[in-house]
Design a protein around this ligand. Structure first.
Ligand SMILES: Cc1cc2nc3c(=O)[nH]c(=O)nc-3n(C[C@H](O)[C@H](O)[C@H](O)COP(=O)(O)O)c2cc1C
Length: 189
């Protein structure tokens, strides 16, 4: 069975990221080994840019917090699904902290700058926006997803669901739910 890591970047426990995390767990039940990491409930400090990781030649970060346990899960999974809101036209800060910390996977001695043990992993980024513009946010999400290549996620798929301010409102959006189904199917294919 494929191993799927779900990273939830929302602080709203009754919100849309959590609603689709539940749906994903139900859909993947019996089809994949699922591990969830809800950043909003974790302690993930910001990257100190100390280059401590560059001196140990492993993907480990010298900061010891909840990101420590996430590193091997990111390294060994088959695919990662990120569920998160757009905050001020960007990744929410807590998710950006996770992305920045994947700098620990960077290896300047490698041609592809990566010391990930697997470099064939898939990444789905499913985001929620209260308003829009959804096309601009999709470009923003894709730009950020590309940076996860250093951690071995070389293929990505992005979707932004707009008009999603009301907690749980995603469950009434047929087109966005279809896009979610397609993303899940691609991640486990
Ligand atoms: C601090 C903050 C900033 C936000 N910035 C934007 C924004 O720039 N554009 C937008 O469309 N929605 C914005 N929103 C609305 C959220 O993206 C929207 O409510 C989303 O559905 C929340 O997802 P969640 O329920 O998974 O947390 C913002 C919300 C917060 C709390």
């Amino acid at each position: 069975m494929k191993k799927i890591l779900i990273v939830n970047g929302s602080k709203r426990k009754n919100g849309n990221s959590y609603a689709l995390e539940k749906v994903a767990c139900e859909k993947l039940n019996g089809k994949a080994d699922v591990i969830t990491f809800n950043i909003g409930e974790k302690d993930v400090k910001v990257c100190q840019a100390c280059d401590g990781c560059k001196r140990q030649h492993t993907p480990n970060c010298v900061i010891k917090d909840d990101f420590t346990a996430l590193i091997p899960e990111m390294d060994k999974c088959d695919a990662m699904l990120i569920l998160a809101p757009v905050h001020w036209d960007q990744f929410p800060a807590q998710l950006k902290a996770v992305l920045d910390r994947t700098y620990s996977f960077m290896d300047f001695s490698q041609q592809d700058f990566s010391m990930a043990s697997r470099k064939d992993k898939k990444l789905g980024g499913y985001f929620f926006a209260g308003f829009g513009p959804v096309d601009v946010y999709t470009n923003m999400v894709e730009t950020n997803l590309k940076s996860f290549a250093t951690a071995g996620f070389r293929q990505y798929m992005a979707h932004v669901a707009g008009n999603a301010n009301v907690p749980g409102s995603i469950m009434e959006k047929a087109d966005d739910l279809k896009a979610f189904d397609d993303m899940i199917a691609w991640l486990i294919a």
